[in-house]
Structure formats: structure tokens, C-alpha cells
Design a protein around this ligand. Structure first.
Ligand code: ADP
Ligand code: MG
Length: 265
């Protein structure tokens, strides 16, 4: 049975107009598992993540989070109907997403950025919210920046604040959409280290990333998306060491060439 899955996706389909972006994705993420999603630009990685937490409505298939249907239920006649908004939100309470562009509030101090959602969404009392915010900031190594504004921080530090803000919500599942893609190369490592710490604590993580070395180290499973389909999935040893799909091999070869050949852009 599916009881141990944090996320279960069955035949997920999504189009934008005539453009079929997800062409029947099936995927499971066990509780505590770290799954990386790799693939070329436009292959549907962000759309897949956004369907998991229903930032995006999909057209077919099913998404279950902690065994609860997200977005749509199946009617007795076989069609889909949209679940009530509060049912969806309650099922997604334990899911947090971290974006490429940190999405911090520029006019708020770092500590307020973390405490405010706790007060608004979780209805936490002020003292408890600020205590939690301080604890999470400490955890990402930024206690000394509590009173700074986001613009006074480096990109890497801002992303660590965004991760602290997500952690403060006490999620059981975290979704990362290219969390280091907006960063200068020298700032990537500090963010990946924070994510690695989170992974080691048993949180369920789905990470869209172009950092293949990181994906190889941290993931239990790697999923290669190509053209809206799961082209290949497996443990990092298979995906990076013995890929069977020619498309994956080609993707990894050109990634390697970019790494070794220096920057082309
Ligand atoms: P990835 O994250 O793998 O780069 P995306 O999931 O962002 O890919 O996008 C997959 C495809 O869907 C792309 O061709 C993109 O242009 C298209 N797309 C994404 N979002 C939208 C949207 N809101 N409206 C129309 N097309 C979109
Ligand atoms: Mg994307």
C-alpha cells in the first residue's frame, strides 16, 4: 500500500493552451526520501513542483500528499472535481517551497521575514513566533543578521533566510526549485550545505537542481525529466554512473562539457 509515501503522483498531465508540458508523470517520494529532479530547461521541472503544491492547476492524473488528494478528487462518474480550497490548504499545511528568487519581503528585517508568516498563517503568539524565528536563523548560521534587511545580505545569505523561513513552518516536505541558480558560484556551497543539513534530519525533500555533484551526494533517487516525461529514474549510482537512456547520457555529457569548458554565457 501507499502509506509510506509522502508524495505520490499518478499520470499527471498539464498543458498550457495547446502546449502539453507534463505528459503523464508518475512518481513516488517516500517519507524522508530526498529526490532530485534534473532535466533541461523547459522540460517541465518547475511545473511539476508547482502542481505538487497546487500553485498550478493540472488537467489529468492525481497528486497525493501524505495520502491526501491535492486539488482534485475523482467523482463516481470518473471525472475530476476540484476539492474545496480549505481542504487543499489543510493537506498542504506541511509542504513548503523554496524558490530560485528568494522571495523575501524587502521592507522587513530578516527576523520579521521569518516571524511574520508564523503569526499570520500559524497564528502563533508574538513571543513564540520570534523565538522560533531566532532558532531557525541560528540553524542556518545567520543569527547575527537578524536585524538586517534582505538587501544588506548576499544572495546566499538571503536564500538561507528563505530556507529558515520555510523551516520555521515545520514542514514535513520541502520543495526546492533551483535554489542556487540565481547565485554567484562562490555562494552556491553555503546554500547546498544548509540543504544537506536539512536532508540529514529526515525531512522529505524534492529538489530541482542543476548541481549534479550535489544531487549525486544528497539524493536517494534522481529523476530525469525530458519533454514532460520521466525519461529515467533511479539511485544516483545508476543515473550518474550507468545511465540507460540515450537522452540522459546526452544531457549529462553536455553538462560535463559545460563544466569543463568554462562558461559559455
Ligand atoms: P523547467 O522548470 O524544466 O525549465 P517549466 O516547467 O518552467 O520548465 O516549463 C515547461 C514548459 O512550460 C516551458 O515550455 C514553458 O515555456 C512552459 N510554461 C511554463 N509556465 C507557463 C505558463 N504559465 N504559461 C505558458 N507556458 C508556460
Ligand atoms: Mg524551472
Amino acid at each position: 500500500m501507499s502509506n509510506s509515501y509522502a508524495i505520490e503522483i499518478r499520470d499527471l498531465q498539464k498543458s498550457y493552451g495547446q502546449h502539453e508540458v507534463l505528459k503523464g508523470i508518475s512518481l513516488t517520494v517516500a517519507k524522508g526520501e530526498v529526490v532530485s529532479i534534473i532535466g533541461g530547461s523547459g522540460s517541465g521541472k518547475s511545473t511539476l513542483l508547482r502542481c505538487i503544491n497546487f500553485l498550478e492547476q493540472y488537467d489529468g492524473g492525481e497528486v497525493l500528499v501524505n495520502n491526501r488528494l491535492i486539488g482534485y478528487g475523482s467523482s463516481v462518474t470518473g471525472g475530476l472535481y476540484q476539492l474545496p480550497e480549505n481542504t487543499i490548504q489543510s493537506s498542504l499545511r506541511k509542504v513548503c517551497m523554496v524558490f530560485q528568487q528568494f522571495n523575501l519581503w524587502p521592507h522587513m528585517r530578516v527576523l520579521d521575514n521569518i516571524a511574520t508568516p508564523l503569526r499570520l498563517v500559524k497564528k502563533m503568539p508574538k513571543l513564540a513566533a520570534y523565538a522560533m524565528a531566532e532558532a531557525q536563523l541560528e540553524k542556518v548560521g545567520l543569527a547575527h543578521k537578524a536585524s538586517s534587511y534582505p538587501s544588506q545580505l548576499s544572495g546566499g545569505q538571503q536564500q538561507r533566510v528563505a530556507i529558515a523561513r520555510a523551516l520555521a513552518m515545520e514542514p514535513s516536505i520541502m520543495l526546492f526549485d533551483e535554489p542556487t541558480s540565481a547565485l554567484d558560484p562562490e555562494l552556491v556551497g553555503e546554500v547546498l550545505n544548509v540543504i544537506k543539513d536539512v536532508a540529514s534530519e529526515g525531512m522529505t525533500l524534492v529538489i530541482v537542481t542543476h548541481e549534479m555533484g550535489f544531487a549525486a551526494k544528497v539524493s536517494d533517487k534522481v529523476v530525469f525529466l525530458a519533454d514532460g516525461r520521466v525519461e529515467e529514474q533511479g539511485p544516483p549510482s545508476q543515473i550518474f554512473g550507468a545511465p540507460t537512456s540515450p537522452r540522459l547520457l546526452q544531457f549529462l555529457t553536455s553538462w560535463n562539457e559545460r563544466q569543463n569548458g568554462g562558461s559559455v554565457n
